[in-house]
Write a protein that binds this ligand. Structure first.
Ligand code: DX5
Ligand code: ZN
Length: 218
């Protein structure tokens, strides 16, 4: 079985002290640092770009798991690789050439992930499954932190788990993850858990370690 990884989303961090927030979450036991990039076009919100990411990269040595909610993604893949991404995830819906995006990420020497919006079937990845390192099932419509988990994501995680089979591919879930639903996602085969508001909510670093531990225990 694949190792369990907790990936706090810095989208819910205090952006006025993003470096300190990343350092705090690293010390609190995060396995990956999940970085949400939004373009105001693919999703109805804007976060930040590769310059900001590069400037905070030094605050943790853990892998940066970069979730690109941008379309098109290809013109920016090299910039995020240079900014210190370890895993770069593009959306299957971002288009126009998913296979090309995956090849470009790998040519940059990075791990390639593909994310699926709630309405996109797992079968969309049937012909690229041998080319990816991570499969991300969105359990909310991307664009905002703090939304509720969509229960149908559990069925989809199980289908994704079946498609992955014995391949060494991380199965990640993102959106509305809490200590209450992480166990069900794990049972469906998920091993990477993104959590924004349930870890960073309140922005009190004294709470981060116990919140990460609660999700891991679940
Ligand atoms: C949603 C982002 C998520 C988000 C998760 O568009 O991709 O990573 O920050 O936040 P929570 O855990 O609050 O749903
Ligand atoms: Zn995300």
């Amino acid at each position: 079985t694949r190792p369990i990884r907790i990936a706090p989303s810095i989208l819910s961090a205090d952006f006025s002290q993003l470096g300190a927030e990343i350092e705090a979450i690293d010390k609190a036991g995060a396995d990956y640092i999940h970085v949400d990039i939004m373009d105001g076009h693919f999703v109805p919100n804007i976060s930040f770009g590769p310059l900001v990411m590069a400037s905070v990269r030094k605050f943790s040595a853990k892998p940066f798991d970069v979730h690109l909610m941008i379309a098109p993604a290809d013109p920016y893949l090299a910039a995020f690789a240079k900014a210190g991404a370890d895993i770069i995830t593009v959306h299957a819906e971002a288009g126009p050439h998913l296979h090309r995006s995956i090849q470009t990420i790998k040519a940059e020497g990075k791990k390639a992930g593909v994310a699926l919006n709630p309405a996109t079937p797992v079968s969309a990845l049937e012909h690229v499954i041998d080319d990816i390192d991570l499969l991300l099932v969105m359990s909310v419509n991307p664009g905002f932190g703090g939304q509720s988990f969509i229960p149908a994501a559990l069925t989809k995680l199980a289908q994704a788990h079946a498609l992955i089979g014995k391949r060494p591919i991380d199965l990640e879930v993102d959106g509305g993850i809490t200590a209450e639903n992480a166990g069900a996602a794990a049972k469906a085969g998920c091993n990477v858990f993104v959590a924004g508001s349930s870890i960073y909510g309140g922005n009190d670093p004294a709470t981060y370690a116990s919140r990460i531990a609660d999700i891991r225990a679940a």
